[in-house]
Design a protein around this ligand. Structure first.
Ligand code: ADP
Ligand code: MG
Length: 829
């Protein structure tokens, strides 16, 4: 019976294997085949020179040959040989895409009573068959290809998994069913060729295309060029490709293109890889903090501006790049501003390097002024007329107003997609939920509304969804953060709804406190947002504020981030680059000297700088970590307290995002109980994060465990990734791996060693006062310390919502402050 079934599987016959997971397995298998084939068959040449297809027979032959080559090439190849690049989302999407991995841990699945009940009890039976079947497949694959290593099978399912995947690939290699496989492959080639043609046509339709030759000439002529063009004209996706075609990537040189946002870097890189018909991470890749999706082959590298800044540490002249594009320059992020000074310097002593500063249509002259009168290359964009509507009276609740407006537009306005700007993930999720509820209640009376959220932490595979064409008869509504203002262009948007807010970092140099707040946007921002509706035709923008507000209350421009940030991080980076004299550093808009001074003070207090302002040994170690100085200090200090293992875990959890726990509406009590368990003994939020991570590790990184404990598997996977990288850095800066085995005070002291500035003391009225600044702050309701608030606490960060909240709070003994930071705190009496 088993043999018969397994043969059926091999034939792709699913008729008697109608279980969800087997089906998924087949899907997965098919997909892998197609993917592999796609990547190998379409060689770069074919794409670069356009798809010339004159003779149908020749095409056919070529295709078959390619398929043959593919199949032949694959035989006997070791999947681990580095030929297969694993996309980062494959980790992220393990839940949905990586079915093979699911298969690898069947025990967890049939232990799940809910699922088992849903399958009417047949489940365990099925899975024992399933296991037997897998065993058999594995054995078979070994027999066929002799790559088996008997020891591995017994070693656990995690390892078996690799073999299962190998085996799937091996079937392709062996060409077991030549006809079926060939057909399938051929079909996919057709689809790929078609898609490529379409993509190439789209590329030619972008405004920048007409200026390709002029642009390349200008770049050849001038070392520094400012490029200005309407959002969506093709600056980000096309210019690096033009440069690549023009030979700027010859001789092993690369093109760097910086983006202020992680999502933009990933998304644009994915698009360009697709346009070039290459696999993401090969010729085209991206690099963002804690995630490097590039390889030796990479010649076009999208990266966050912060990552390029880090690259200066290892390669002060950026010698491996022939072109550096500072994209989205108008955003004026902190890192972009610093890059300006650094790349300007490089251009002076590297005549061979080209520097492109690319920006939306804002303030181009300022860039030109800064870069010694560099010429401005304007790409005339298409921008259609946009009607701007204001509310007649101010809206008290812009979320509610936004939801109503979306529905109103959906029901009353002609076809065209909607883009709604919100300030962050939480707001987006709220609106998504509200819209779904409303749509459910109106039922089928109105057309379908496709809701697409986009924000920084959105899973990669969902990010792509915003670019998918809207189905016939439906309308798409994109719920986006500022990322859709200029970084990402979504085609088909006709209506923009703008509540007029965004989340901004703000810094008070007097108190030295930085916090994220929701603030009104600038006029320039509002106009950019409105412009998003007029890209493909006349558009409409609905501002959820009054015209009076717009004229009188909004600033003209957003203040550059450098003027509203804690500069400790920047100062540390610059010092690590050997730039000691910050006052004469070439800033486009110099930060307030007060803020620079504060940063120096802070670094001095952390032991990063000595009294002459030079980096200490601690400072050099701290600079290696891609973290805020306080967090790097906690890690460096952990060695002294014998708990580097634990503190690295906590740092990874803090860096992996704020969404560790989730609270499904129908299981609030269960979720809160599960969460409280990690706080047992009122250990504090930092140690609770450690507990979560350790428990997850003990569960074998199980998703089932995550579900049971209402923990986000995605955050955990990311934390694991981050942790691996931080651990590697420990080695690099020679910090001993040590574990304090239960000494919680050691851990708390290490945290305090980094965060002593964030100490707060409880007042009689229950509020807290920050010890140094005297500012009134509160324990965030999500904190495990919210119920039993201790007298002294140290916190990770401040978030301003309705109040100034401390997020991630741990109890502190006041004498530690004197012990750890005697230069910062003195006893009063
Ligand atoms: P610019 O940088 O000038 O604002 P882009 O190069 O980002 O313009 O965009 C050019 C075109 O590429 C736009 O039409 C946009 O919709 C499309 N595009 C960009 N990224 C993606 C993506 N990830 N998926 C699909 N289309 C994309
Ligand atoms: Mg762009």
């Amino acid at each position: 019976e088993l043999a018969r079934r397994s043969e059926a599987m091999d034939r792709g016959d699913t008729s008697e294997l109608r279980t969800a997971s087997r089906h998924a397995y087949l899907e997965k298998r098919k997909k892998m085949k197609v993917e592999e084939m796609r990547d190998e068959i379409i060689d770069n040449e074919l794409i670069f020179h356009g798809v010339k297809m004159t003779n149908a027979e020749e095409q056919e032959f070529r295709r078959k040959k390619e398929i043959y080559e593919l199949v032949k090439d694959r035989v006997g190849k070791d999947a681990d040989a580095g030929d297969y690049y694993r996309m980062p989302e494959a980790y992220d999407a393990a839940e949905n895409l990586d079915q093979a991995k699911r298969f690898a841990v069947p025990r967890q699945r049939y232990d799940d009573p809910e699922a088992s009940a849903a399958r009417g009890g047949r489940r365990s039976n099925f899975f024992s068959e399933q296991e037997a079947w897998e065993e058999q497949q594995i054995r078979k694959s070994r027999l066929n290809f002799g790559s088996g290593d008997g020891g591995r099978a017994g070693g656990g399912y995690e390892l078996v998994l690799e073999d299962v995947v190998d085996f799937v690939k091996s079937t392709v290699q062996a060409g077991a069913e030549p006809d079926g496989e060939m057909d399938e492959l051929a079909e996919a080639v057709d689809a790929k060729v078609k898609l490529q043609r379409e993509l190439q046509d789209e590329r030619k339709n972008l405004p920048v295309y007409k200026f390709k030759d002029d642009l390349l000439k200008a770049i050849e002529k001038y070392q520094v060029l400012i490029i200005v063009g309407e959002t969506g004209s093709g600056k980000t996706t096309q210019i690096p490709q033009y440069l690549h075609e023009a030979g700027y990537t010859a001789k092993g040189k690369k093109i760097a293109c910086t983006q202020p946002r992680r999502v933009a870097a990933m998304s644009v890189a994915a698009r360009v890889a697709q346009e070039l018909g290459v696999k993401l991470g090969h010729e085209v890749g991206y690099s963002i903090r804690f995630e490097d999706c590039t390889s030796d082959k990479t010649v076009i590298k999208y990266m966050t501006d912060g990552m390029l800044l880090r690259e200066f540490l290892g390669e002060p002249d950026l010698a491996s790049y022939s072109v550096v594009i500072v994209d989205e320059a108008h955003e004026r992020t902190l890192s972009t501003d610093i890059l300006f000074g650094l790349v300007k310097d490089i251009a002076r002593f590297r005549p061979d390097v080209k520097l492109l500063i690319s920006s939306a249509t804002l303030n181009a002259e300022r860039f030109s002024d800064f870069f010694d009168e560099a010429p401005i290359f304007k790409i005339p964009g298409r921008r259609y007329k946009v009607d701007i509507h204001y509310t007649t009276a101010p809206e008290a609740d812009y979320i509610a107003a936004a939801v109503v407006t979306v529905l109103q537009l959906h029901v009353k306005q002609p076809a065209g997609d909607i883009l709604l700007f919100l300030t962050g993930q939480e707001e987006i999720e709220t609106v998504e939920e509200l819209l779904k509820q409303k749509m459910r209640t109106v039922g089928s009376k109105i057309a379908e509304l496709v809701i697409c959220p986009i924000y920084a932490n959105l899973p990669t595979e969902l990010q792509a969804k915003i670019f998918e064409p809207t189905p016939e008869g439906a309308r798409k509504v994109v719920l986006a953060t500022n990322i859709a203002e200029t970084s990402l262009t979504i085609d088909g948007i006709k209506y923009v709804i703008d509540p007029g807010f965004c989340k901004l970092k703000s810094y008070n140099p007097r108190t030295g406190m930085e916090s994220l707040r929701v603030e009104p946007i600038s006029k320039a921002s509002a106009d950019q947002r409105a412009g998003r509706s007029g890209r493909t035709g006349p558009g409409k923008c609905f501002r959820l504020f009054t015209e009076y507000n717009f004229r009188h209350d909004l600033d003209d421009d957003t203040v550059p981030e450098i003027q509203r940030s804690n500069l400790a991080n920047v100062v540390l980076r610059l010092k690590a680059l050997g730039i000691n004299d910050l006052v004469s550093f070439d800033f486009m808009d110099p930060p307030a000297s007060e803020a620079l001074l504060k940063a120096l003070e802070e670094l001095f207090a952390l032991g990063t700088l000595n009294s002459r302002g030079e980096l200490t040994k601690t400072g050099r170690r701290m600079a290696e970590f891609p973290l805020d100085p306080m967090l790097s200090k906690a890690i460096v200090a952990s060695e002294k307290y014998g708990c580097s293992e634990e503190v690295v875990t906590i740092a990874a959890m803090l860096s992996a995002g704020n969404a560790v726990f989730y609270r499904p509406k129908d299981k609030l009590v269960l979720a809160d109980t599960a969460r409280q368990a990690f706080h047992a003994g009122n250990v504090g939020d930092h140690v609770a994060l450690l507990n979560v991570y350790n428990a997850w590790t003990e569960s074998g990184y199980s998703s089932q465990w995550c579900r049971e404990n209402f923990v986000q598997p995605r955050t955990m996977k990311r934390a694991r990734d981050v942790r691996d990288q931080l651990e590697a850095l420990l080695e690099r800066v020679e910090i001993e791996h040590c574990s304090g085995a239960g000494d919680l005070d050691g851990i708390r002291k290490a945290v305090t060693a980094g965060y002593f500035r964030n100490a707060a003391r409880r007042q009689k009225d229950g509020s807290y006062r920050a010890v140094k600044s005297r500012q009134m702050v509160f324990v965030h309701p999500s904190s495990g310390m919210a119920e039993l608030p201790p007298t002294w606490v140290v916190y990770h960060e401040l978030v301003l919502t309705s109040k100034e909240y401390m997020r991630q709070v741990t109890e502190l003994k006041p004498e530690w402050l004197l012990e750890i930071a005697p230069h910062y705190y003195q006893r009063k009496d």
